[in-house]
Design a protein around this ligand. Structure first.
Ligand SMILES: *[C@@H]1O[C@H](CO)[C@@H](O)[C@H](O)[C@H]1NC(C)=O
Length: 370
């Protein structure tokens, strides 16, 4: 049935004239996956840099002066992860390696106080230029999650634009790229982003078009349903983002749920909380695709959400597979988006334990270059 749908999708979509304007494939790398055990352990030698146009090295933080700091100096410098990341350019000379600052666990408060203080903003910009030039990065990706939310204040939205303007001014003469990762859905984006005024300062915008459902909803749902992605893209386009600066986010992971009643396992079924932690990722509510694909759970493709889900006993997961990634890409194609990013390399089946290596990232490459 999946095959038939794929053929139908291709036939329908072939009738549109579409293409990606810049063919970006931005690969985020959560460097802490080095600490995972067994087949979950991931380092630079596991990266195929020819499958990515950008490698986004995650994460750096900031301190109370607003300066960018390493969150793990042993990994970044003593083990040489930064220089190994930048060294991948030898295998793919057109690869851009970006330093990513922020992320969910960094929260919003420090970024709010930095962006709202002229002196701290200067520190941030100066330390950014310093970080990039010292280590050979090609640019910076700012993942403030999120301006005016999670402890930030109402001025963040405007201060974020000021910060991006000052960064771009410092970056342009040096040829550094400036990108951002953003909460994609209207609920987050309408509060956090002055979209039309952000656009001139960034090379592209990584839409985090996932995490649309989590166990805190109290019921099972889809991590990345196509309709929510469509609505997000349309929201950004309608608010002044040009398609050729928008990058579709694909999650190489699933959101998991512990069912209240194992016999009630449809989407929308009640749940008690996150599903059991995976052997590699060790976090309740989350499983990498490299963990999901090894499970022999009953898997159903949900046509309404264009995504698969799977369950076993009281465990339930919604995720993306090769087919749903393909459907997402056709949707992005139809809007003429700039490309695709994945969060993240280390939870794709990078070792090929379930088939070919990097099945999701290779699907993206295949569809992009078709
Ligand atoms: C922030 O980091 C910079 C660079 O490491 C350091 O010089 C500065 O003192 C730090 N500020 C605070 C408040 O920790």
């Amino acid at each position: 049935m999946g095959k038939l749908l794929a053929i139908l999708a291709v036939l329908c979509l072939k009738s549109f004239e579409f293409s990606y304007s810049t063919d970006i494939i931005n690969c985020y790398w959560g460097t802490w996956a080095y600490y995972r055990t067994g087949d979950g352990k991931f380092d630079a030698s596991n990266i195929n840099p020819r499958l990515c146009t950008h490698l986004s090295y995650s994460f750096f933080g900031i301190n109370d002066s607003g300066e960018i700091v390493s969150l793990d100096t042993w990994l970044d410098y003593d083990l040489g992860f930064i220089s190994k990341a930048v060294g991948l350019k030898r295998q793919n000379p057109s690869l851009k390696v970006l330093a990513v600052v922020g992320g969910w666990n960094q929260g919003s408060i420090k970024y709010s106080s930095m962006a709202g203080d002229k002196h701290k903003r200067q520190n941030f910009v100066k330390s950014a230029v310093n970080l990039l030039s010292k280590n050979g990065f090609d640019g910076l990706d700012l993942d403030w999650e999120y301006p005016s939310q999670r402890g930030g204040n109402s001025h963040d939205r405007a201060n974020f634009v000021t910060l991006l303007r000052e960064l771009k001014k410092a970056f342009d003469p040096r040829g550094y790229q400036l990108t951002i990762a953003v909460g994609a859905g209207e609920k987050i984006a309408s509060v956090s982003y002055d979209i039309a005024n952000i656009v001139p300062y960034v090379k592209f915008i990584n839409l985090m078009t996932y995490d649309f459902a989590t166990a805190s909803d109290g019921k099972t749902g889809f991590n990345s349903p196509l309709m929510a992605i469509e609505n997000s893209i349309i929201f950004w386009l309608n608010h002044g983002a040009p398609a050729n600066k928008l990058v579709l986010g694909v999650g190489t992971y699933g959101r998991t749920f512990q069912l209240s009643d194992a016999s009630q396992n449809k989407p929308g079924a009640r749940c008690l909380g996150g599903g059991s932690a995976g052997t590699y990722t060790r976090e309740s509510g989350f499983l990498g695709y490299n963990e999901i694909c090894l499970n022999k759970w009953k898997t159903i493709f949900d046509n309404k959400n264009d995504s698969p889900y799977a369950f076993s006993g009281d465990q339930w997961v919604s995720f993306d597979n090769e087919f749903s990634v393909e459907l997402k890409m056709y949707s992005a194609f139809s809007h003429g988006l700039a490309g695709v990013m994945i969060w993240s390399l280390e939870t794709d089946d990078f070792r090929g334990k379930c088939g070919q290596s990097y099945p999701l990232l290779k699907t993206i490459n295949k569809i992009m270059h078709k």
